[in-house]
Design a protein around this ligand. Structure first.
Ligand code: ADP
Length: 737
């Protein structure tokens, strides 16, 4: 539970800037047995016999899944813990000179906490500059009682374009437009906003009884076009530089960033999106906590850039130092608080009782830093509940201190964790009017009237809300996967949509992947099998004719733990091999998989690796034949997208982003050359077997079909090209014009 401590000004402390290989190859077809040394390396016990497992059954995993779901509603919301760090090598990219903050900004004093009650800023933009989302919001703003408008506010209220500084009333929010979901037709070129009309997105895919289910988002990779067709094109335009949207200054506020602070897909997304936005000529800066567990070997030129940041906290202020450094070319600011709370020196990123307070503090610090340093971005993009308070702080505090320019895009990567907490959050962060924030239209949790919900606040206050696939946007709003936020999403549906994540093909590309012993692509697809051999050597599994089925991911109930376990035994039964790489912050789940590992230790066709290992994950994507993603729910999923790039066939459950990106070889409505995997619907053993069984049969019985499927998957373009343009469209849609 969250402590009721008083946090006052703290002393400044000095900045704390700091910073398996294979044994001999197995004879083909002969199961390999691990030597003593190998066992020591891999953590396998000397006696391969399974431990007593009688008390650890799949049912217990299922129970754990259920209880986890219940826990997620607890007031002290806890996110999964990072188990260890990735191991990417340092980038060679030459960075620019580190940014320093101009001296004049440091003259601003941290008295903003006192200024919060000041009257609203009266700076207005002409109605002609309004964007559609804001026009809709403003109409409702006028009726809300607690806006406390000044005289000038009242004069301009009807025509103002201010962002939704107060929430939209449920009854008022009659749909003027339908929810927007972002989809791309194959090889669609970016549409200039002027040409596209007021809405930033091309299609409305709101599911209804009359209309068919949403068209999944995908980017088709066409088969090689005929030469004549290519010649007929006037001049192929490089996608990165063509955009009718003026370049923007974008700030990403995030708890994770690959590869320096990665727990899951969020880290990859922030890095990949920021890269793409920069490539398209925008200026992107990323703000994240200065964790002690950062991969400092991936940060270039780390230096102190601002050492006088005082962040309001519990009526006092905590002193922070801000560091600047490049992460593979991206400009990053790392905030280090000097406080007895020791917010970010915990050895891992998540998993503490005070996680909500840790990230509320970080978000307040990030906003304070933006204000103090005089940064004036067009867009603040925040991610998940950890940074969901950014728009609340902006529109309830910093707007009145002069930050009237930025608009906020909020991306929800996982609805399951929402940052639900108690009233002390308001006291700590300086949001001083409990009766105002404990309101259904603002931060009050939809279930518990005595709790605040940070993610809900992010939805209410942001100018645009996205989740990471169109299908999941619909599932969260209409199909009960919003973990209680469904009514809030309905109220705010006019500013809500889904964008399928991209994959950073500079990192995830078998042609250049630094972790692969053998590079391969469509032209030399057979070299994939050299990686398969390398994977077997490394994991000491048998080198035989069998297909390798793999799972890479967090061992979270969300990922379908019962089905993963079943798939292991089913695969072995069907003459396949199984490789699992994953970890869980939940001790019960972890120990279950450790038991499974011991049980299967002597099986030459199976390897279970528990832990986080970026390097090994690359070899698995390259060496496996089939990638399993049997999730209960999956907002987007990166593993299936990465796998496809490596010619590894995804077997997935038809849910969220998996449904938007994987098309069944036998049953999809897509033309044959656009089918790229196997899909099952029902979350049960027979559902799983139906898809995995077909994949294994195809591998054995129709190898040429399987190969075609691999090529189809590899041809797909899941890069950041299209999602990058989607986000730019959204930014342009909401930015102050
Ligand atoms: P989520 O965000 O729910 O964790 P995603 O599929 O969106 O799932 O992203 C998972 C990312 O984390 C992928 O890049 C995957 O390779 C990586 N990953 C997950 N678990 C591990 C692990 N144990 N070791 C290495 N990489 C992992």
């Amino acid at each position: 539970m969250l402590g009721n401590r008083t946090h006052l000004m703290t002393q400044k402390t000095p900045p704390k800037g700091k910073q398996t290989d294979a044994s001999e190859a197995q004879a083909k077809g002969k199961p390999a047995k691990a030597t003593e040394k190998q066992r020591a390396q891999t953590g396998r016990p000397k006696d391969g016999k399974a431990e007593a497992l009688s008390n650890i059954t799949p049912e217990r995993v299922a129970v754990s899944a259920k209880s986890e779901s219940a826990v997620s509603r607890n007031i002290a919301d806890q996110a999964p813990e990072q188990t260890s760090s990735p191991t990417m090598a340092s980038a060679a990219k030459a960075p620019e000179a580190p940014e320093t903050i101009s001296p004049e900004v440091s003259e601003k004093k941290p008295e903003n906490a006192r200024s919060e009650a000041s009257s609203p800023d009266t700076t207005r933009v002409s109605p002609a500059q309004k964007n559609p989302v804001e026009r809709v919001s403003v109409a409702f703003t006028a009726e809300l009682p607690e806006a406390e408008p000044t005289l000038e506010d009242k004069k301009t209220l009807a025509e103002t374009d201010e962002p939704p500084s107060v929430p939209v009333n449920a009854e008022d929010a009659m749909p003027t437009t339908e929810p927007v979901f972002l989809n791309h037709a194959p090889n669609e070129e970016p549409v200039p906003m002027e040409a596209a009309g007021p809405a930033p997105v091309p299609q409305d895919l709101k599911p209804s009884e009359e209309t068919p289910p949403p068209e999944p988002e995908f980017i088709l990779a066409e088969t090689e076009p005929p030469a004549a067709q290519v010649e007929a094109k006037p001049e192929p335009t490089p996608h990165h530089t063509v955009s009718a949207i003026p370049s923007m200054f974008i700030i990403q506020i995030t708890p994770e960033l690959a590869p320096v602070a990665k727990v899951g897909g969020l880290a990859d997304v922030v890095f990949g999106l920021s890269n793409e936005l920069e490539i398209r000529g925008n200026h992107v800066e990323i703000i994240l906590p200065k964790y002690d567990c950062l991969r400092y070997d991936h940060i270039w030129g780390l230096c102190e850039t601002y050492n006088d940041l005082w962040v309001p906290w519990y009526g006092g202020a905590i002193h922070c130092t801000v560091y600047f450094g490049f992460v593979h070319g991206r400009k990053c600011f790392f905030i280090e608080p000097h406080s007895a709370d020791n917010f970010f020196n915990r050895g891992c990123i998540y998993g503490f009782n005070d996680d909500v307070m840790r990230f509320a503090f970080f978000t307040r610090a990030a906003m304070e830093f933006l204000w103090k340093s005089g940064k004036n971005p067009e867009i603040i993009h925040c991610h998940d509940w950890q940074t969901a308070l950014a728009p609340v702080f902006l529109f309830e505090i910093y707007k009145f201190l002069g930050m009237t320019h930025p608009r906020v895009c909020f991306t929800i990567h996982n609805f399951k964790h929402q940052g639900v907490t108690g009233a002390q959050l308001l006291h700590a962060t300086g949001l001083n009017r409990p009766e105002y924030y404990f309101h259904y239209d603002r931060l009050q949790d939809n279930f518990n009237p005595h709790a605040l919900n940070l993610m809900k606040g992010g939805v209410v206050y942001s100018n645009f809300v996205t989740t990471v696939s169109p299908r999941h946007a619909s599932e969260a709003k209409d199909q009960g996967q919003g973990f209680g936020l469904e009514p809030t999403l309905h109220i705010h549906h006019v500013k809500y949509g889904g964008v399928v994540n991209g994959v950073d093909y500079n990192v995830w590309n078998p042609e250049i992947d630094r972790y692969l012993p053998y590079h391969f692509g469509l032209d030399n697809i057979d070299d994939k099998y050299k990686n398969k051999k390398a994977l077997r050597d490394r994991l000491m599994i048998a080198d035989n004719e069998k297909p390798i089925v793999a799972f890479v991911g967090r061992l979270d109930p969300q990922k379908g733990l019962e089905l993963i376990r079943h798939a292991i035994f089913y695969t072995l039964h069907r003459r396949g091999q199984f490789v699992l790489l994953g970890s869980s912050p939940d001790g019960q789940i972890n120990s279950y998989f450790w038991s499974l590992k011991h049980q299967l230790n002597d099986n030459p066709d199976c390897h279970i690796e528990i832990g986080f290992n970026e390097e090994l994950s690359h070899l698995i994507y390259a060496g496996a034949d089939i990638m399993l993603v049997p999730s209960q729910f999956e907002p987007c999923g990166l593993t299936q997208l990465i796998a496809m790039r490596y010619g590894t066939i995804p077997v997935v459950r038809e849910v969220g982003g998996l449904a938007d990106t994987v098309f069944d070889k036998d049953y999809s409505y897509k033309p044959l050359h656009e089918r790229n995997g196997y899909v099952f619907k029902n979350y049960d053993y027979s559902g799983l077997e139906s898809a995995l069984g077909r994949a294994l049969s195809c591998y054995y019985d129709y190898p040429e079909h399987f190969r075609e499927l691999m090529k189809n998957a590899m041809r797909y373009d899941f890069s950041w090209k299209n999602p990058g343009q989607d986000y730019l469209n959204i930014y342009d849609y909401i930015r102050e014009k």
